[in-house]
Design a protein around this ligand. Sequence first.
Ligand SMILES: Cc1cc2nc3c(=O)[nH]c(=O)nc-3n(C[C@H](O)[C@H](O)[C@H](O)COP(=O)(O)OP(=O)(O)OC[C@H]3O[C@@H](n4cnc5c(N)ncnc54)[C@H](O)[C@@H]3O)c2cc1C
Length: 259
Amino acid sequence: MNIENVTISSNKEIAMNLWRMSMNAPKIAAAYMGPGQFINILPNNNWEHPIRRPMSIASVNGNNVEIIYKIFGDITDQLSRKNSGDTINILGPLGNVFTEWDNKDVEPILIGGGVGLAPILNVYESCRNPFMIIGAKTASEHFMKHDPKNNIYLTTDDGSLGIAGNVMKAMDEIVLHENSIIYACGPEPMLHVLQKHAANKNIRIQLSVESYMGCGVGLCQGCVIERQNGHVQEHSYHEKYSLVCLDGPVYKNSEVTFG
Ligand SMILES: Cc1cc2nc3c(=O)[nH]c(=O)nc-3n(C[C@H](O)[C@H](O)[C@H](O)COP(=O)(O)OP(=O)(O)OC[C@H]3O[C@@H](n4cnc5c(N)ncnc54)[C@H](O)[C@@H]3O)c2cc1C
């Protein structure tokens, strides 16, 4: 793990309220282990917002690290006002990685909902012809083409682009096999439904969880998620709860529960 002052090389709006930022981050790029990992960003060195904000790594090319982020509140708004040449402080790379997507015997089904698309696109860029489903509320939040012939399915809640409905509607178009693995990142209700779906179909799933997070390194204990079959032992709650920053953000099958 590194802490690095990095220089922004580009920062552009790619869809409504959705931005892609590239930064020159040699230390973080050198330590990067693969899709799933994230960085924790401090856009300004002041006491107004002392807590960092986690963002998944969307790609790493040479020294260049990219994120894709949506403006939710103050920090992401501040990020969107940064120009190339500005610096920000980042901590990372943090967290674990998606696995097996590079195994030629595996059929990856990639699913991103909302801002969960960043780590999913990262896997997509590295995979051979996977299926990918990206869900959003409306057409203006998408920046890709709905292209079922090339196994790219976009969904919109309001039906303004691609398949009308949520990502589960697009799942109906995909035939699952024994060697399919679902890789998903997005809101917890989506992850919950997909987790149940995978269990019903008896296929494997890897879920990247975006819980609220403070430090990103296990100190603040802010990002707990319940383990499926956890129990509390005397003086320890770690048997029952997992820290997304240290144990995750990627969890397999029914390791954690959203219920
Ligand atoms: C491991 C990880 C990876 C992430 N990757 C990305 C990414 O690639 N792109 C991206 O846009 N965002 C990502 N996020 C979420 C991102 O960190 C938050 O959107 C960010 O903290 C918002 O900061 P803010 O100051 O702009 O808004 P805040 O003022 O912190 O929040 C604004 C509103 O957004 C909601 N909110 C904030 N964070 C979360 C959250 N984690 N879960 C649910 N609701 C939340 C809150 O309800 C709040 O009212 C990730 C989070 C985690 C834990």
